[in-house]
Ligand binder design. Sequence first.
Ligand SMILES: Cc1ncc(COP(=O)(O)O)c(C=O)c1O
Length: 381
Amino acid sequence: MHLREVDAYARLPLQVVGAEGNELILEGGRRLLDLYGGHCVNTLGAGDAGLGKVIQEQWKRLSFATNLVDHEPRRGFLSAFEGNLPPCDGGWSVFLANSGAEANDNALKHALAFTRRRKVVFFKGAFHGRTAAAAAVSDTKLAAFPSTPFDVVKLPWNDPEMAAKAIDTTVGAVILEPYQSLAGVTEPSMEFLNTLRRLCDRTGAVLIFDEVQTGNGRLGKPWASQHFGVVPDSFTTAKGAAGGLPIGITVIRTKMAQAVPGKLFGSTFGGGPLVLAAAAMVAHRVGQPQFLANVRATSEALKVAALRGPIASIRGAGLLLGLVVKPELKAATVRDLLLEQGVLIGTSDDPQVLRLSPALTLSPAEAPQLARALEALEVKA
Ligand SMILES: Cc1ncc(COP(=O)(O)O)c(C=O)c1O
């Protein structure tokens, strides 16, 4: 075979042939507890029967339709999704696309058109995606284009004073992940979030939360804005919003959305019936109090299970947790050894931090497997 994929990913030495619930099945039948959850995508776990039924039936009834026509899955999605949104004067509007980067591009495009400004503030450690606009506000040279499509200012994370100096009436948007996941699950202080909200109110800049990872129930509330009690002007999500099908959602305060021409946005596949039937199902499940109660209970169980062996401390909320390894160790080494013990977990851009982002259906009863695996490790510095 001569066709190669570009070397975008450092693949783990695993041949996956299937998955059930929270387990990956490897060639030869070995099973791994998946505490990475397909990178926050498997909201309902692998092969959820209810979601499978919805997708199968939707495929038979109406597999795809152009955005020029309306259909029931769209109405069903809007209704289920609305039920989980934080209160907002005048309500929210959504635009539907296919990925997190696209959702962020659309949020930024809206914010700059709305404010008629051309500067965006982002933060050290941020990751918002690989398309031109999303990469411009990501703190990684690897995703960068030769130039940015608008002016950008990078500020330190969790520094309200620097934010107050930089955010003025020339800034069109301030974009942040409520928890910086790739940076190592770094938490914002409440003072930082409240300051950003106040500064955006004062200057007219649009406050954008990138909830590609923190949304859809991951923190134990539907959205990070409900977890922190700070509501942005616009927010985005993707990854787990359709439980495994590609989706990108930009949510904007309706009063702000209506102030720019809708024709700024468009997508062939975004808002198709199959993906929206799946997304409606996910939104419906996330809206159930017992679903979110399980996220919070499993989070507590994982924290207890994880604080042992090579792990020095834990940060994060819900089922987005950062495990900080002891100073003499490397997170990647611990990840590799955990694989030998039958547990898959993620790393991050911080060489000392591992990430847990399992399916939100993981149960507290599955957490002790992590404890046993960590106890079995013999990690040498
Ligand atoms: C916080 C955040 N924003 C945006 C993205 C980009 O999402 P996508 O890969 O779907 O474009 C990611 C992907 O990892 C992410 O973690």
